[in-house]
Design a protein around this ligand. Structure first.
Ligand code: B1M
Length: 209
């Protein structure tokens, strides 16, 4: 892949004007949509790495994700035309009884930034809705977020519903402030991520991309 340094830099710094301008410029120059996507993803990967290392914080990630979103709005129709297949499809939501969505949205943005097709089913999502959405979109991953200790049991109910539905290898990844690896093990989730950047690594590992 040919690097496009200013486009990658635009995502790293959350420069929306440059991100959209450089995306359009590269398309006009006949560069392939996949190469342009790779340059955008490289920017988000760097954002994820610095977020994990506590070099940047939630506001910078949101700003980078917004630049990525605007560039993707230009790029997406071209990717579709070119027959591009996303790396994986993930359904994400906040579990039943829980209305917190800032962390969940951040994970969704990072997943999109990594090249996944993300179906966001929102907040206060009952177990059967996760199952239904995973079936409808042939998802490989279901992401569950919970911020309340009182809604942690809804994660177990969702994992149980996914297992009961025999969704053919769909992996469940969980996260949120009160969630730990030992809780994930206890309820039989396939993966846990402490933050949005690690959630990208976890899905990449689980689906092997
Ligand atoms: Co709420 N709230 N809240 N709240 N709220 C907490 C979570 C709380 C810790 C505050 C406190 O008491 N100190 C507390 C929970 C206590 C507990 O359960 N032990 C609490 C409470 C009690 C409540 C209410 C019950 C209050 C009330 O009404 N009495 C109520 C519940 C409503 C409901 O959900 N049914 C409530 C309501 C609200 C608001 C609506 C006012 C608002 C939510 C707005 C929104 O989300 N749109 C709110 C907020 C903002 C918070 C705090 C202040 C901030 C949460 C947040 O967004 N953090 C929070 C206190 C705190 O955390 N300091 C608190 C930033 C966000 C980026 O972090 O979500 O942790 P976080 O996400 C991280 C990681 O956890 C991880 O990645 C993210 C980024 O790296 N992650 C995942 C998250 N999901 C993941 C999924 C993954 C992987 C990683 O894989 C799929």
């Amino acid at each position: 892949m040919k690097p496009i340094p200013d486009l990658t830099e635009a995502i790293k710094t959350g420069n929306r004007a440059l991100a959209t301008e450089a995306t359009q410029r590269e398309l006009d120059a006949g560069n392939s949509p996949q190469e342009i996507l790779a340059a955008l993803v490289a920017g988000m990967d760097d954002v994820g790495r610095r977020f994990k290392a506590n070099e940047i914080f939630v506001p910078e990630v949101l700003i980078a994700a917004r630049a990525m979103k605007e560039a993707m709005a230009i790029l997406e129709p071209k990717l579709v035309e070119a027959g591009y297949e996303p790396l994986a499809t993930a359904v994400i939501g906040t579990v039943q009884g829980d209305l917190h969505d800032i962390g969940k949205n951040l994970v969704a943005m990072m997943w999109k930034g990594a090249g996944f097709n993300v179906i966001d089913v929102g907040t206060n999502v009952p177990p059967e809705r996760f199952v239904e959405a995973a079936k409808e979109h042939s998802a490989q991953v279901i992401g569950l977020s919970a911020l309340l200790t009182t809604t942690m049991p809804a994660m177990k109910q969702t994992v149980d519903a996914v297992n009961a539905a025999e969704l053919n290898g769909v992996k469940v990844v969980i996260g949120g402030a009160p969630i730990t690896q030992s809780f994930a093990d206890e309820i039989g989730a396939d993966g846990f991520a402490p933050d949005a950047a690690s959630a990208v690594d976890r899905v990449r590992d689980l689906v092997g991309v």
